[in-house]
Design a protein around this ligand. Structure first.
Ligand code: A2P
Length: 279
């Protein structure tokens, strides 16, 4: 199942996350297993240190390139147009690809450019617009952008932002960012859709999982999909990689979705705050 970006490009509604998969062999095997299990959307980033492994897994999988959707991200050290182009070319080389499907600005206000982050974002976005026009990236997006970052950037760019990748799971629902993206036709992606595993022992998630005869992880993944947010679950365990993709034979009711969302009132964000991150 695909969603459509605001430029008409299709994006598979579940992706395979690869954060912390920095052992080369494990990353190659995990990504190959994911592709074998049916994932067609792989999410990496230059800071994950596994673009070469992801590229190798793609090569070994023998799946036609146009059947895969590959995302990577521009790291915080790129603060100018030239640095962004250079970083992109390095990523492309490691991935052994001619283009990527989606390229994201990883963080909106890195520590070292915080005093001029708005100027930085405009400049690196212009580099991404150039890569887009040259056919090197099929879609442009951002990650960890809050409403104010999106507003600041949107008024200064030519090609609209297509994707925002944010933290999203049963314990965290960023109402303001989600509402803004949905209103402005920016597709949302969920990183840490399992709350880094912390949500999986929640009694309410377990009860709902029992009701559907599904695992708690499958409930979290379906919760994102039923909110039209693309989950990017990660795992290096073959059975989990497989079962995390088996979420297309059921759907949560509106009541279940609300009950899961209510869990966010008593919990919160697990990852760093975009305006205060120490990197
Ligand atoms: P592992 O990679 O050892 O399988 P998130 O995607 O929210 O960041 O969560 C990733 C964490 O959740 C990883 O530690 C991963 O462990 C674990 N995980 C992934 N899928 C499952 C699953 N189906 N059941 C239990 N834990 C899972």
């Amino acid at each position: 199942m695909d969603l459509k970006l605001n430029n008409g490009v299709n994006i598979p509604c579940i992706g395979f996350g690869t954060w912390k998969m920095n052992d080369y062999e494990i990353a190659v095997e995990s990504v190959k297993s994911a592709i074998l299990c049916g994932y067609r959307h792989i999410d990496t980033a230059s800071i994950y240190g596994n673009e070469d492994a992801v590229g190798e897994a793609i090569k070994q999988s023998h799946i036609a390139r146009d059947k895969l959707f590959i995302t990577t991200k521009l790291w915080n050290t790129a603060c100018s147009y030239e640095e962004a182009i250079e970083a992109f070319n390095k990523s492309l080389e490691k991935l052994k690809l001619d283009y990527v499907d989606l390229y994201l600005i990883h963080w909106p206000a890195p520590k070292d450019c915080r005093s001029f982050y708005q100027k930085r974002n405009i400049e690196i976005y212009r580099a991404m617009e150039k890569l887009y026009k040259d056919g090197k990236i099929k879609a442009i997006g951002v990650s960890n952008f809050l409403k104010h970052h999106l507003e600041e950037l949107s008024s200064q760019i030519e090609i609209p932002i297509m994707v925002n990748q944010i933290e999203f799971h049963p314990y965290y629902y960023d109402e303001e960012t989600i509402a803004y993206c949905q209103k402005h036709n920016i597709v949302l992606e969920a990183y840490s859709p399992l709350g880094r595993g912390q949500v999986l022992n929640d009694p309410i998630i377990k009860r709902i999982a029992n009701k559907y005869n599904k695992t708690p992880a499958q409930i979290c993944i379906r919760y994102a999909i039923d909110n039209e947010i693309i989950p990017l679950p990660k795992s290096i365990t073959i059975e989990r990689i497989k079962s995390n993709h088996e979420v297309f034979d059921f759907q949560l009711t509106a009541k279940d979705i609300q009950e899961i969302k209510n869990l966010s009132h008593d919990h919160g964000k697990i990852g760093s705050h975009p305006d205060m991150a120490d990197f």
